[in-house]
Design a protein around this ligand. Structure first.
Ligand SMILES: Cc1cc2nc3c(=O)[nH]c(=O)nc-3n(C[C@H](O)[C@H](O)[C@H](O)COP(=O)(O)O)c2cc1C
Length: 362
């Protein structure tokens, strides 16, 4: 058996057990997904902010750009706001806490938005209709009915766990593959049982805990950016590795030029888990706002109202080039990134992993 012939490669129908992690918030691109899938890995598109029609369009574009398997990703739970809103008092509190930053940028505080309506049910209808080869999800488990329909339609299902308890829930629900999402990772912590703060486990510990108790093949995610990392994950029993930050930094991703520049800069040595920008815990390059507002989480708005609130501030900060007020998503591994072309990154990952296993045999 070659190193790349794992349970995950077999189930996903791909050559190499390397997944490009999906990025929500419009940071994914069809070009990145198809580049990774066309070079033998599994490209992934984060679609949780898209409406059903947009997901149909994206799916058609990916199908036109690759004949290989790919993944579309949604968030099962996409709001923490009761009835989609907060009380006027709660909103005022957030306004007061963030007022100095809006003042600094010379912009008005946003008004309270209309109640947020969950989108998952309508989005998942599109998945069942368009049938991407792989459907991955975070923040929970879809209903038994949805999982059964995926099975019937031949859509491979992939759930994300941040603790052993979550992996057990996903296994019992019958998902095909489980992502062990370590807290080194860039982006949101997709915890769905205990709080994200109480679920901060490193990738390689989480992977080993899950391997002890769970039979479903596991994909390691968080802190992996090259072939040595993939080899280490496989050595610890992973059936594949999912790589996010290293692909986010490539030309093909939909991140802005300044975001990519930041990921390759000295600033990327310092990352923080914070709820300040979206209301859910996520890792990005340390910003002044995240640092200032540690322990003020009680005054933040619940997800995604905090995202909507902060989007006004983010827009103005970008226009005024106040980089220390912007959240640049990224994981702890960013300082070792080397590649700006996704195909070169893939090639290097595969060659380096192969070299490691060849070396073992020699
Ligand atoms: C900007 C950004 C957005 C992300 N959005 C999602 C998402 O919507 N859904 C998801 O399952 N994972 C998401 N992730 C997680 C990645 O798919 C991947 O698991 C993670 O980045 C791996 O860790 P690494 O960044 O250390 O490579 C996101 C990661 C980043 C950096």
């Amino acid at each position: 058996m070659m190193w790349y012939q794992t349970k995950a490669s077999e189930i996903l129908g791909i050559q190499y057990p390397v997944l490009q992690g999906p990025f929500g918030g419009k940071l994914s691109s069809v070009e990145l997904v198809s580049t990774v899938s066309n070079t033998g890995g599994l490209g992934g598109y984060g679609a949780y902010t898209l409406n059903p029609q947009e997901i149909v369009e994206v799916d058609k574009q990916i199908k036109a750009a690759t004949s290989k398997p790919y993944n579309i990703n949604l968030w099962v739970s996409d709001t923490d706001a009761l009835d989609g809103t907060v009380s006027d008092g709660q909103f005022k509190q957030a306004q007061q806490l963030f007022k100095p930053y809006f003042d600094e940028l010379g912009i008005d505080l946003p008004e309270k938005p209309a109640p947020f309506k969950t989108r998952f049910e309508n989005q998942v209808e599109v998945i069942l209709h368009q049938r991407p080869p792989v459907f991955s999800f975070t923040f929970g488990t879809p209903s038994a009915d949805i999982l059964e329909q995926c099975r019937r339609l031949g859509i491979v299902t992939v759930g994300a766990a941040t603790t052993l308890d979550e992996a057990v829930v996903l296994e019992n629900a019958g998902v095909d593959l489980i992502i062990a999402s370590g807290f080194e990772a860039g982006g949101h912590r997709p915890s769905f049982l205990a709080s994200a703060e109480a679920s901060t486990i490193g990738t390689f510990v989480l992977l080993q805990l899950i391997k002890e108790k769970v039979k479903t093949p596991v994909i390691a995610a968080g802190g992996i950016a090259n072939g040595k990392g993939v080899a280490a994950a496989l050595a610890l029993g992973a059936a594949a590795a999912q790589i996010g930050t290293a692909f986010l930094a490539t030309d093909e991703s939909n991140a802005t030029a300044i975001h990519k520049q930041m990921l390759f800069s000295n600033a990327a040595k310092y990352t923080t888990l914070s709820r300040a920008f979206t209301g859910r815990l996520g890792r990005g390059i340390t910003s002044r706002i995240a640092a200032d507002l540690t322990h003020k989480e009680n005054s933040f708005l619940p997800f995604p109202l905090q995202t909507q609130f902060m989007s006004h501030l983010q827009k103005a900060a970008i226009e005024q080039e106040k980089w220390d007020m912007i959240l640049f998503w990224g994981g702890q591994v960013a300082p070792i990134l080397k590649y700006t072309k996704a195909a070169e990154l893939m090639k290097s990952i595969i060659e380096e992993t192969a070299a490691y296993f060849d070396h073992l045999k020699a």
